[in-house]
Design a binder for this molecule. Structure first.
Ligand code: AMP
Length: 397
């Protein structure tokens, strides 16, 4: 990850600062049902207020498909934002043009203005230079504080930064610092846990990790493809037989790079894909034709705990089983609790990310005990894949 400009090095005093935030918050009955993303933006807004800047917030909200849609108007979140900030928040019904400019002209330093959904313009997701130029014309400085969109080159991040000096906001800075501590300059040995449904969605991730980490635990449905590739029967399990060659290549690449691969030695099987389905634990080599693997077994969890004892850094994405259905959440929850215990004992730096992973850690009741949890699914995965993040590269020093 390239070095990026930090907010502390900016001089925002008396300037109009365009801040790209992620206010794509969940709604229920027209109200914000989870204000985590609003809270996350507070430190940067507070910093800019104290510096005496006019703060102009840009965000996407839902997928309106490049045209205005009242259902996805950010006007709906103004009162929740105002409550979180403890300040009045202005609103402009467009993110570019005379409406936005007039609202900014009416501000005094220290005030906060939210602009309408950037995705009401088709040029946003295409990083249209004209739209980016119109957005940039509204301000003097650009601050990016939305990690969830840094894997995309959109007008409201990469586009604006091509016109204005760009800095990472405090939430983005914290995220990037933790991620680079986990994979960029980690305390070794590093253990990666990659679970989830399918190998096909995580090919780049696995290929990158085997060259970067000391141990890779493959879990969840995707482990079935690896077991199949090793010649085991997987019955009616979720499996991608046409990817067995690729699984073998990944295992060979791991061997060449000195990365130890952990696959489950035992598994929990059932005949139905259903919560509380009748189930039994078997060796991974003894799955019957009418059985499906729905979780890792206790021996596999012990082996993963042992790997956590040997590791100093843990990076985790993806559950170890069909964790939405009890009792097939057991391996995921036990492993998560063990990682939290090692983290609490200051023996492990633990970083996790991705929607299902965060849900599983919450279910285990230990999400706040990990060193860092990234809630940005797509950006977290692309970072784990070793890809360049355009929304960070555009803030480079
Ligand atoms: P992903 O989005 O790729 O991280 O996959 C997460 C999904 O994988 C969750 O919905 C899990 O229920 C599912 N999953 C994990 N292990 C299994 C398994 N053995 N069989 C079927 N689904 C699984």
């Amino acid at each position: 990850m390239s070095a990026f400009r930090r907010l502390e090095t900016a001089s925002p005093s008396g300037k109009t600062v365009l801040v790209r935030v992620d206010f794509n918050v969940p709604m229920a009955n027209g109200m914000v049902s989870d204000d985590t993303r609003l809270i996350r933006a507070v430190p940067t807004i507070k910093h800019l207020r104290e510096a005496g800047a006019k703060i102009v917030l840009l965000s996407h909200f839902g997928r309106p498909g490049g045209k205005p849609d009242r259902e996805m108007s950010l006007s709906q979140i103004v009162s929740a934002l105002s409550k979180v900030l403890g300040l009045p928040v202005g609103f402009a019904s467009d993110c570019v043009g005379s409406v936005a400019q007039a609202a900014i002209d009416a501000m005094v330093p220290g005030q906060v203005l939210l602009l309408e959904n950037t995705r009401f313009h088709a040029g946003e997701s295409k990083n249209d230079p004209e739209l980016a130029g119109q957005m940039a014309a509204l301000g003097d400085l650009f601050v990016s504080d939305a990690f969830s969109v840094v894997h995309r080159a959109h007008a409201s991040n990469v586009g604006i930064a091509s016109h204005l000096p760009g800095y990472a906001g405090l939430a983005l800075e914290r995220e990037l610092d933790h991620l680079s501590q986990a994979l960029g300059h980690p305390v070794q040995p590093v253990l990666a846990v990659v679970g989830g449904a399918k190998v096909s969605t995580k090919i780049d991730l696995l290929q990158n990790l085997v060259t970067q980490v000391d141990m890779l635990c493959v879990g969840g449905g995707m482990a079935n493809t690896f077991l199949y590739a090793l010649g085991h029967k997987v019955g009616t399990s979720l499996c991608e037989p046409d990817l067995s060659e690729l699984a073998r290549t990944i295992m060979q690449k791991a061997k060449d790079s000195g990365c130890e691969i952990l696959l489950p030695k035992d598994v929990v099987v059932a005949k139905q894909f259903a919560a509380h389905a009748e189930h039994t634990t078997r060796l991974a080599s003894a799955v019957r034709d009418d059985e499906m693997i729905l979780d890792a077994g206790p021996v596999a969890v012990d082996a993963l705990a042992d790997a956590m004892d040997r590791a100093k850094t843990l990076i985790w994405n993806g559950p170890l089983g069909a964790f939405e259905m009890k009792p097939f959440d057991t391996a995921t929850l036990e492993a998560a609790r063990y990682a939290a215990k090692r983290t609490n004992a200051a023996k492990l730096i633990s970083v996790a990310g991705g929607g299902d992973t965060v849900a599983a850690l919450n279910l285990a009741g230990i999400a706040d005990q990990f060193t860092f949890i990234s809630t940005a699914g797509g950006a977290f995965l692309e970072w784990m894949e070793g890809k360049d993040l355009p929304g960070v590269a555009c803030l480079s020093t």
